[in-house]
Design a protein. Structure first.
Lengths: 600, 289
């Protein structure tokens, strides 16, 4: 008998617009200690089916079919019965580690309460158990962190705490709903490995939900692929990856950005002509809240970065969250406080004002990370896309309207979008609208700040294609910011790897991919998940996401030394500067950059 | 289902959403009836709101002699007085709220949007005005300008916009960090455009709800002022003043209390429902329910 038997599960939502079938006739078996992955694009019903099993559907939702846990029917068995199952028998880890923890309770209190309520432990034994579990998820110095509050942890550590919370009652089934989607690639690799190990040591059955096939490659025995509420493919992980049967699975696999694939041929329009933007020694610092009458202190987000952009060129900026890549992008388009020189077409951008500045601003447009959040919910798509045109007085209403329609068609939407509001569109469509708006003023530079990070892999791939096409048509310069090297590589000519506000490696993208010289670049490359179960299973990712120093306690020496496998005494004493390698194109700030042999 | 053409404007969409909200329709209709009644009411009855008739003191409501709502202890016709009082109460409520809404939203949005030193200065000014005792302020106005119904508007407006400004500023602080605000700034929009097109429309939900809460508050403040003799003066009246007078006669002539109270309560309730409904109807996300 299987641990969890799901038969003919259906989920439907009654909405005023009609009944929506979110999940249709889903059946699967989950054995003890097995690991199952459910993969599909957003809206394919993967999360809703799990919510149905746990009785967590929204009020207008309704589940049909049968779900048996150890032979006992649990579907729709009422809140009281389910409360005994949730947490104790079946646990869930959600996507967003920021909102899943109560900000007003310390970690020790939050986790202890679970044990006291569910397993009737005394406060003392509960605390000992919590410490044991936090050690199990490799939270450093678990004992001393019981009194810490959620905001004192980084995203990856919070996710570890949540996993610990989910495992506290030794559940039979652990459901991980997109557990790494909100995290950096390096952190993601650590969490994935942790889940894999915990599953083995606790003999827990694991259900992993993800939109990205590569993420589940290493940690699942079987895969179910869902498309629009239906399971269209099921099989062992190896079979699904090696012989995908349906077009949908093939598309999902194709969409995964790969490192080992040959580089897309790019028509590098790079010339020795005057650069569009040339920034020298750019620094950004933010004032910190003043302590009483103390001296004003600053937090430096970007330290002395040089950057050059030509028409038609793409520069990729990579780094973990908090490394200053967004601050750098804002400084480049002359927003926020910054020091250093930025010359725009040979003129000093920081000294521009009035019409000249407006003209320069018109040439530089932004695409943000959150597609829905960057569209005003009270404006129609026409008003949104037309706005830059109105601001820069690019013609009468009729002319602007024509251009809005043109742009919408260019990004793959039609005229019917004009009168609709942002919430009626999917994430990918919203991002297309954002791109259309950015192109309205005919810019020469497009800054994409994590523009594809919040999207499904398939959608991500199509947006990247769109950007590449647009670049070739319009000879746009693009500053592409992301935390995932595999994504950046697809579009970039030149690459900047940033760590805690400094550039640690830069040069032609292809060259850096072939011979990464900085250990950090290497770690970023290693962390990219590969859609191949054999490679993923074998990988041992060294778990270094827990030792990230905060930018103000670096002190002397190399800022990466705490995480660096190559760190020596010299790295403690002295800060490496960017040095040229390989005919002066690749620059690396590391004392060990010369001996590539050491790194292989 | 809506066709593409007629859902073009937010106004249309709001209209369609409103038509589906039964509570809103009922309360808006009732409110409209009350407004019409207080406007034409005084002409419907042969009695004047200020003529005393000592032969008809404390008549209970009856059809005879057009004494629909009865009379008060001075023999004045209650129907005429309630209608007249409604004019004053609703006018004070709506005009003062409107004034405080316009001033408060502009002030608060400006302070919140610019932030930093400007915000600091503008909000400290608000704090100073807050610290001024309301009664002292009203008495000062009376001394300077003499008794005038207009002064009530000024006094109430001057106090109420402070709350609105604070609420709006708080909301604006959250809104200005939204990416669509940043997107507009990066497109080169001037502050005025950002405030009016991106911030103020998104404040609507909070502002409308707060405004509907303000109207009753203002009406009550006015009745309090009238009670201590700083508001409307006899024989002119307002609902608040009528209720005040009614409480004294509660045991012998309950209708003198009940009728204006019911009018006041129903109006305030309707206003709250209309506010709720308007907020929902004006939200594009809800337009498709």
């Amino acid at each position: 008998m299987s641990l969890l038997c799901v038969d003919d599960l259906g989920v439907r939502f009654r909405t005023p617009a009609g009944v929506i079938d979110a999940v249709r006739s889903l059946s699967f078996r989950l054995e003890k200690g097995e690991s199952l992955a459910i993969v599909g694009e957003s809206g394919s019903g993967k999360s809703q089916s799990m919510a149905a099993i746990l009785g967590l559907l929204a009020e207008n939702g309704e589940a049909t079919g049968s779900v048996r846990l150890d032979g006992q029917e649990i579907l729709n068995s009422g809140d009281r019965a389910l409360r005994r199952i949730r947490g104790r028998r079946i646990s869930i880890v959600f996507q967003d580690p920021m909102t899943s923890l109560n900000p007003y309770l310390s970690i020790g209190q939050q986790l202890g309460r679970v044990l006291i309520e569910q397993r009737n432990l005394t406060a003392d034994t509960a605390q000992a158990e919590v410490i044991r579990m936090l050690d199990a998820v490799r939270l450093p110095a678990a004992k001393t962190r019981l009194q810490s509050f959620p905001h004192e942890f980084s995203g990856g550590m919070r996710q570890r705490v949540l996993i610990a919370a989910a495992l506290l009652c030794r559940p039979d089934v652990l459901i991980a709903d997109e557990p790494t989607t909100a995290l950096d690639v390096t952190v993601q690799a650590g969490i994935l490995q942790l889940l894999r190990e915990l599953q083995e040591s606790f003999h827990t059955a694991l259900v992993m939900i993800s939109h990205d096939l590569a993420v589940v490659a290493g940690s699942s025995d079987r895969v179910i692929v869902m498309d629009r509420g239906v399971a269209i493919e099921e099989g062992t992980t190896r079979d699904v990856f090696n012989q995908p049967q349906t077009a949908c699975t093939q598309a999902l696999l194709r969409a995964v950005p790969r490192l080992e694939a040959p580089a897309p041929t790019r028509h590098s329009a790079r010339s020795d002509a005057r650069p569009l933007i040339d920034a020298k020694q750019l620094s950004v610092r933010y004032p910190m809240p003043r302590q009483g009458f103390g001296r004003q202190r600053f937090f430096t987000a970007v330290r002395g970065v040089d950057l050059t952009l030509h028409d038609g060129e793409t520069v990729g900026v990579v780094g973990e969250s908090g490394c200053g890549k967004s601050s750098l992008a804002r400084a480049l388009v002359n927003r926020g406080r910054h020091q250093g020189d930025i010359s725009y077409l040979g003129r000093d951008l920081t000294r521009m004002h009035g019409d000249e500045l407006k003209r320069a601003q018109r040439d530089m447009q932004f695409v943000f990370q959150d597609p829905l959040g960057s569209l005003n919910p009270r404006m129609t798509i026409e008003q949104i896309v037309a706005e830059p045109g109105e601001i820069h007085r690019m013609g009468d209403r009729h002319k602007i309207r024509q251009r809005v329609i043109e742009l919408l068609e260019r990004v793959g939407l039609d005229e019917s979008a004009l009168t609709r509001y942002p919430h009626e569109f999917s994430g990918g469509q919203c991002q297309r609208i954002c791109i259309a708006r950015a192109l309205m003023s005919k810019p020469r530079l497009l800054v994409c700040d994590e523009a594809v990070s919040a999207l499904d892999v398939t959608v991500q791939a199509s947006i990247l294609d769109l950007l590449t096409e647009l670049q070739q048509e319009l000879s746009l310069a693009i500053l592409f910011i992301a935390h995932d090297l595999a994504v950046v590589r697809q579009v970039s000519d030149t690459l900047l790897v940033m760590y805690l506000g400094r550039v640690v490696e830069c040069g032609p993208a292809e060259q850096i991919y072939r011979t990464p010289r900085h250990p950090y670049t290497r770690a970023l490359l290693d962390a990219v998940p590969v859609p191949d179960p054999d490679i993923e299973r074998a990988r041992q990712y060294h778990n270094d996401d827990v030792a990230i120093p905060t930018p103000w306690n670096i002190g002397l020496g190399c800022s990466y030394r705490a995480r660096c496998p190559l760190a020596t005494a010299r790295c403690e004493q002295e800060r490496p500067v960017l040095e040229a390698f390989d005919d002066g194109q690749q620059h690396v700030a590391c004392f060990h950059a010369g001996d590539v042999a050491l790194q292989d | 289902m809506m066709t593409a053409a007629n859902r073009k404007a937010l106004g249309w969409q709001a209209w369609y959403a409103m038509r589906r909200d039964r509570l809103l329709i009922v309360s808006a209709t009732l409110l409209a009836l009350i407004v019409v009644a207080v406007i034409i009411g005084p002409w419907l009855t042969p009695h004047s709101y200020q003529t005393m008739d000592l032969s008809a003191v404390l008549l209970s409501p009856q059809w005879a002699d057009y004494r629909w709502f009865g009379t008060d202890d001075l023999g004045r016709d209650l129907f005429a007085r309630v209608m007249q009082g409604g004019r004053i109460s609703l006018m004070v409520g709506i005009v003062s709220t409107f004034v405080s809404l316009v001033v408060g939203v502009l002030y608060g949005a400006t302070a919140g949007y610019f932030g930093g030193r400007i915000d600091h200065l503008m909000m400290r000014f608000v704090d100073i005005l807050y610290a001024l005792p309301f009664m002292f302020f009203v008495i000062l106005l009376m001394v300077l300008f003499g008794r005038n119904i207009l002064l009530i508007f000024v006094a109430i407006g001057a106090v109420n916009w402070l709350d609105m400004a604070r609420i709006v500023r708080g909301q604006t602080l959250a809104l200005r960090r939204r990416e669509y605000v940043e997107a507009a700034e990066m497109a080169g929009a001037y502050s005025r455009r950002v405030i009016f097109r991106h911030i103020v429309p998104n404040l609507l939900g909070v502002v409308v709800v707060y405004a509907t809460l303000t109207v009753p508050q203002v009406i009550l403040i006015e009745s309090f002022l009238s009670f201590i003799g700083l508001g409307v003066q006899e024989p002119m009246t307002s609902w608040g003043a009528l209720v005040q007078r009614g409480t004294e006669l509660m045991s012998i002539a309950p209708w003198v209390l009940v009728i204006p109270s019911v009018m006041l309560a129903v109006s305030l309730l309707c206003l709250n429902f209309v506010g709720d409904g308007l907020r929902d109807a004006l939200d594009p996300k809800d337009g498709h329910r």
